[in-house]
Ligand binder design. Structure first.
Ligand SMILES: Nc1ncnc2c1ncn2[C@@H]1O[C@H](COP(=O)(O)OP(=O)(O)OP(=O)(O)O)[C@@H](O)[C@H]1O
Ligand SMILES: [Mg+2]
Length: 425
């Protein structure tokens, strides 16, 4: 009678716990030997549990929590409470909680966190995008334009369009455009002033040095007059006549050359730009000077790069430059010597060097060689215009010419010409 009422009580107790929480999958009451006294599943009544969890739960003096799985592999947390009245151990009550719902909760929470992070990331990206478009991109464009102006001095570059924005960046863009505009104007004014200065300087030089030119003209003129007088006033044989006419002829050619060079120098002759091969111009200049070079037994060495594009130059003028330098070198070297010609591309410039093994120059001479009419040659042998004209031609092409030389150590003339057109007419 007592037993029956205890079992009923236990069943009532078990079914009460089962209804308390949806996550409870089973409730079982076991006696100290592991026999099922009451179970939420009626089929389990009377069975004796010998599994590990039951053994642990029966052994324990306090509540134990263990993890297990049901027949379908679902995870369950088994909470076992020992049933004790004072020192008497009546058995154990085990309640199984399904972990499915907890897991689903965790999964949902994880998904929510991931969505939130993704949303935040997208927000940050959008913010970065807007920031870049509003602040960084205009600044990068300005910096690029500035670089181009400072590195290449290219004032014709297109400036970023100033925007109507009123913040610091808008003000920076406006100031920058204004600055470039002013620089362009200043550059134009500078070029105009420079051209005028060159022209004035040339005219002044021509005027001042008329005496020097008079010498260049007077010498052959003296010879011409003398020969002409002899021809008209004295009887002479055919051979002497021929010699006299020859002297008159070469004298006239000398005068003509001096006057032409002088005019070339004084006049601002425009240049005619044609895509030209620098190596071919060097070769042609060598051919023109061939008679002089081979007469002196000068050895020629060449190191001409094949990677040089066609250059926008006036081929006649540039050839005149090369010829001037080559003839100067030949004159300087006397008998024997080596002439070394090289061409290459460096920093968007075509670099041509013409080196000789002549006597070189001391610093005083070196400082004056580009001055018009400066010559160390004997009167009648040189006008001293060759290098002055060459320098003017190279600069007209936007290039430069420099010399490296030491007394007794030869001379190296370096001509640099821009690969992209930069010519001033
Ligand atoms: N390769 C060289 N080695 C040594 N001196 C040189 C060399 N090239 C030029 N010079 C010096 O520079 C001077 C000026 O040269 P530039 O070509 O202007 O005139 P020039 O040769 O004297 O006369 P021309 O007008 O007939 O060319 C020369 O007289 C010479 O003293
Ligand atoms: Mg010369």
């Amino acid at each position: 009678m007592e037993d029956i009422s205890l079992t009923d009580y236990l069943d009532y107790y078990v079914s009460d716990i089962m209804h308390k929480d949806q996550r409870i999958v089973y409730v079982v009451v076991l006696d100290p030997k592991g026999r099922v006294l009451s179970h939420s599943n009626i089929k389990e009544y009377g069975k004796i549990y010998t599994d590990h969890i039951t053994k642990q739960a029966l052994k324990a003096t306090d509540i134990t929590v263990q993890k297990t799985t049901d027949n379908n592999g679902n995870e369950i947390v088994d909470v076992a409470a020992p049933l004790k009245i004072s020192t008497k151990h009546w058995g154990v009550c085990r309640v199984g909680f399904s972990l499915q719902e907890v897991k689903e909760g965790i999964r949902t929470l994880r998904n929510e966190i991931i969505s939130m992070i993704a949303l935040m990331l997208m927000g940050s990206l959008a913010f970065i995008g807007i920031f870049a478009k509003t602040f960084a991109t205009p600044l990068i464009k300005l910096a690029k334009t500035m670089d181009q102006i400072t590195e290449k001095g290219d004032l014709d570059i297109k400036c970023p369009e100033p925007t109507p924005r009123r913040d610091e960046i808008g003000r920076l863009q406006a100031s920058f455009s204004w600055m470039v505009k002013r620089l362009r104007e200043a550059n134009k004014e500078k070029m105009k002033a420079f051209d005028m200065m060159c022209q004035t300087e040339k005219m002044a030089t021509v005027g001042n040095l008329a005496a020097g030119v008079a010498h260049e003209i007077n010498n052959p003129l003296g010879g011409i007059i003398l020969c002409f007088k002899n021809l008209t006033e004295t009887d002479m044989d055919e051979k002497t006549k021929k010699e006299h006419i020859e002297v008159i002829n070469s004298g006239l050619i000398k005068i003509q050359n001096t006057v032409r060079e002088l005019l070339d120098f004084a006049r601002k002759t425009p240049i005619t730009i044609v895509p030209s091969s620098i190596n071919s111009l060097l070769e042609e200049s060598l051919n023109l000077a061939d008679a002089l070079l081979s007469k002196k037994g000068i050895n020629i060495k060449k190191e001409l790069s094949q990677d040089i594009p066609l250059l926008p130059v006036d081929p006649n003028k540039i050839q005149q430059v090369f010829l001037n330098i080559i003839i100067n070198a030949a004159h300087a070297m006397g008998d024997r010597g080596t002439l070394f010609l090289s061409s290459k591309v460096e920093d968007e410039m075509c670099v041509i060097s013409i080196t000789d093994t002549g006597p070189g120059m001391d610093p005083e001479i070196l400082a004056r060689i580009f001055d018009p009419f400066f010559t160390t040659k004997k009167p009648g042998k040189g006008t001293g215009l060759g290098l002055a004209v060459s320098k003017a031609i190279v600069e007209q092409h936007g290039g430069s010419i420099e010399v490296i030389s030491k007394k007794g150590a030869g001379a190296k003339f370096i001509v640099k010409l821009p690969i992209k057109g930069n010519e001033k007419t």
